[in-house]
Design a protein around this ligand. Structure first.
Ligand code: SF4
Length: 474
């Protein structure tokens, strides 16, 4: 009998044993499950990583990491022990397995991961989704007609290397000076509530950041209760990667009891309260993550959903995506909802996949999971919003430019009569293009870059040849 392209096997979730790592040999379960212990012991720099890993990983890795932090990283390092413990989860790591690990790949990016030819796409921008341009109050993005994104703060308990909000979220890095929120939290929240009260057409609020796990609980509860007081708000979604990165936060009594009060109020008001989390690899789905999700459901949150990011070297294979979805859906009560294509931020080309690759992955995923739990892969097209990857209107495969249409005006186009007649472009990574397409981009670059000449093109060519080995290979 011919094998199916994907074989489903149920796998029990396992909490990797943190005591396999030299720095945590003496750490007890009680400490591990304590959110304060997790926060205090976050890894924020190479020295702290060395202290946890001891001599398991060669100095060359640490130097590679340090070089990336200095030269390319758009996010500073912040890694809760829970997340670090899901790297090489089933054995004592060594240099090669640590380099090859998918969670390491996006949480601890190193310089040798990045592309040498085009580390950034020429169209990459800091605020690639133009969320800041669409602020109607500080931190409140009104992009879709009926929904808003409310950024309550600009920090998270963990920083992901590919963060699409790298413009605002986290500490400045040597290469990125971050935008700062300037209002006091209470004034920012007042401004959001005022806008929502006066705009009854907005019915859906994604409460985000950053990560809501970093908002002091009392403050978050008060904001949520004020939202629930507005008659026209019908959906509230809490965005927190910490449900996976720091599940201990969502399991502490203050938070569980507070969440229950909010969920009861939402249910009484008939509002859909959900948690949206961000898991990119099956190795991150552990019993503690499942417990945090189940606890939220037990206290009345209507749904816990996952919005992962599709990234080469992390999860961009059918097997990786389906393994993750089955673990979420079957073992952790988390609905596999979306995979976003990695956005066009600086220095992200090695993670990004082309639209045609995303279409192939979407096709390969169909038919295995229950229909309602089959995630959509979406492209967040600048000035458009989320589009399923098969909704592309036109596609120049040679130059890797896809064109998309839209059916609503974003907040900054309300007076633009042509907004719905235009096609909006999205660009594939240049190294995925056929030769003539790559040459076209080189010529464009040479034309638009002062001083770019034949010599520069030649050195780019040399770098390209050097980078010919598959991304992530070491
Ligand atoms: S948790 Fe979300 S907002 Fe925070 S760094 Fe990661 S991707 Fe960015």
């Amino acid at each position: 009998m011919t094998e199916q392209p994907y074989e489903y096997r149920r796998r029990e979730l396992v909490e990797p044993d943190w005591r396999r790592l030299p720095g945590w040999r003496e750490v007890t379960r009680e400490q591990w499950e304590n959110p304060q212990w997790q926060r205090v012991n976050c890894v924020k720099n190479v020295k702290q990583l060395r202290a946890v890993l001891g001599d398991l990983v060669d100095e060359k890795f640490h130097a590679d990491l340090e070089a990336d932090q200095q030269q390319r990283a758009t996010m500073s390092m912040l890694l809760p022990p829970q997340m670090l413990n899901t790297m090489v989860p089933d054995r004592v790591p060594d240099t090669d397995s640590f380099y090859a690990d998918p969670v390491r790949n996006y949480m601890l990016p190193v310089l040798s991961d990045r592309r040498l030819d085009w580390p950034s796409h020429p169209y990459a921008t800091r605020d690639s989704l133009h969320e800041h341009d669409m602020w109607v109050a500080e931190g409140l993005t009104h992009r879709y007609p009926t929904k808003v994104l409310a950024e309550l703060l600009s920090t998270c308990p963990q920083y992901c290397g590919h963060c699409t909000r790298m413009d605002l979220v986290g500490n400045s890095t040597p290469v990125v000076d971050k935008l700062r929120l300037t209002l006091k939290p209470v004034d920012r929240q007042d401004a959001h509530i005022e806008y929502l009260k006066t705009h009854p057409g907005v019915r859906d609020v994604v409460v985000s950041g950053g990560d809501v796990a970093n908002v002091p609980w009392k403050q978050l509860e008060s904001y949520l209760m004020r939202l629930l007081d507005i008659e026209t708000i019908r959906d509230v979604r809490l965005a927190t990667k910490a449900l996976m990165g720091l599940p201990q936060h969502w399991l502490q009594t203050t938070v569980v009891e507070g969440l229950e009060r909010v969920a009861r109020t939402a249910a009484r008001r008939g509002v859909n309260l959900a948690i949206h989390t961000h898991v990119n690899h099956v190795n991150s789905v552990t019993p503690l993550v499942a417990k945090a999700a189940q606890t939220a459901l037990d206290v009345g949150v209507r749904d816990v959903r996952n919005q992962g990011v599709l990234m080469r070297g992390v999860n961009a294979t059918t097997e990786d995506l389906l393994d993750l979805c089955f673990a979420l859906q079957g073992e952790a009560s988390i609905l596999p909802y979306y995979f976003y294509m990695c956005d066009m931020i600086p220095n992200a080309e090695h993670w990004r996949v082309a639209v045609w690759e995303a279409q192939e992955l979407q096709h390969a995923m169909m038919g295995y999971l229950p229909g309602y739990a089959t995630p959509r892969i979406v492209c967040d097209v600048p000035f458009v919003g989320k589009r399923w990857v098969h909704m592309v209107a036109d596609y120049d495969r040679e130059r890797g430019i896809s064109y998309w249409t839209k059916n609503y005006r974003t907040g900054i186009e309300l007076d633009d009569p042509e907004a719905l007649n235009r096609k909006y472009a999205y660009q594939d990574p240049i190294y995925t293009l056929p030769e003539p397409g790559q040459r076209w981009w080189e010529a464009q670059h040479a034309r638009h870059t002062p001083g770019a000449d034949a010599a520069a093109a030649a050195s780019r060519k040399a770098a390209q040849r050097e980078a010919a080995e598959p991304v992530g290979a070491h």
